[in-house]
Design a protein around this ligand. Sequence first.
Ligand code: DX5
Ligand code: ZN
Length: 242
Amino acid sequence: MSAARPPLPLAPPIAAPSILSADFSRLAESVAIVDPARDWVHCDVMDNHFVPNLTFGPIVVRAVRKLTPAFVDVHLMIDRPERLIAAFREAGADQITVHFEARHDHELARVIEAVRESGARVGLALKPGTPLAAAEPHLGWLDLLLVMTVEPGFGGQAFMPGMLDKVRAAREWRESHGARFLIEVDGGIAPATARESRQAGAEVFVAGHAVYRQPEPRAALEQLRATIASVAPPVPRPRAPR
Ligand code: DX5
Ligand code: ZN
């Protein structure tokens, strides 16, 4: 791997522009607005099985890796992700997130372990219909919990405000169990919804349309960064005496 990396994974709040909404004929320009000292670059991998859309694989992740020293956050919306963990890691993924609901060849716990063994940080994503409780056995092992705020598959959908309760529950679970995962929201994130998500406890903010489909993507990203930095995260509740 080429350029030196910043310390990982940066202090939250973190903006994560999603290249799904970028112009792939100008990928270098799109990736150039990502500030490695402040942002992650989010890569949405779709397989036309787990979701009804098809995007890209390790080849494009490798291109992104060459274009930036920023943290590369790979969101796998694919069945049987374990078959491609090594390929994505080798392509330069710093973090690999798999879906709770995907088909797996092995138990999910084994898949999570395989991501970690690859050297990447490990994330688990929950579709809107999946309650936090379903993922509880895994939460203690994660670096990232991705709370989907739209149905995965397409950019440009409307944020689902009902997911804020899941963000709050995730934050509370983390506090009460001493876990360490960051909470990422993905889908319909723009300054207003990022603000609400930050108030609920989110720390990483994926944004596709709100950055790349704006007249000035660089300015739109700056506005998103400023918004998330201006909102104080929720105050941790005092722990009940034992
Ligand atoms: C949706 C993807 C998102 C997508 C978000 O399935 O996981 O990362 O890029 O796009 P926006 O921000 O446009 O909703
Ligand atoms: Zn995503």
